[in-house]
Write a protein that binds this ligand. Structure first.
Ligand code: ZN
Length: 73
């Protein structure tokens, strides 16, 4: 949804940059081997630093919501 809006309001160049950056960010489950880019999860992330961060999200392997590690490739 947010991505759709950004795609409309931003130039193609800007959107490409955000897409590229979002693909470098991953969410990792601390309890299993689930590992997926934020972009592939339908999210976006840009202009953020890579200091240890956690994000509340759903792990499809554990089938529950929990704090996932945010990792920059
Ligand atoms: Zn998990």
């Amino acid at each position: 949804m947010l991505r759709r809006i950004l795609q409309i309001i931003l130039s193609k160049k800007q959107f490409k940059k955000i897409k590229k950056e979002s693909k470098e960010w991953f969410l990792k489950c601390p309890d299993c081997d689930y590992f997926k880019s934020i972009w592939d999860r339908g999210g976006i992330r840009f202009g953020a630093n890579s200091k240890k961060k956690k994000e509340f999200g759903h792990c499809p392997k554990c089938k529950k919501r929990k704090l996932l590690d945010v990792i920059k490739k």
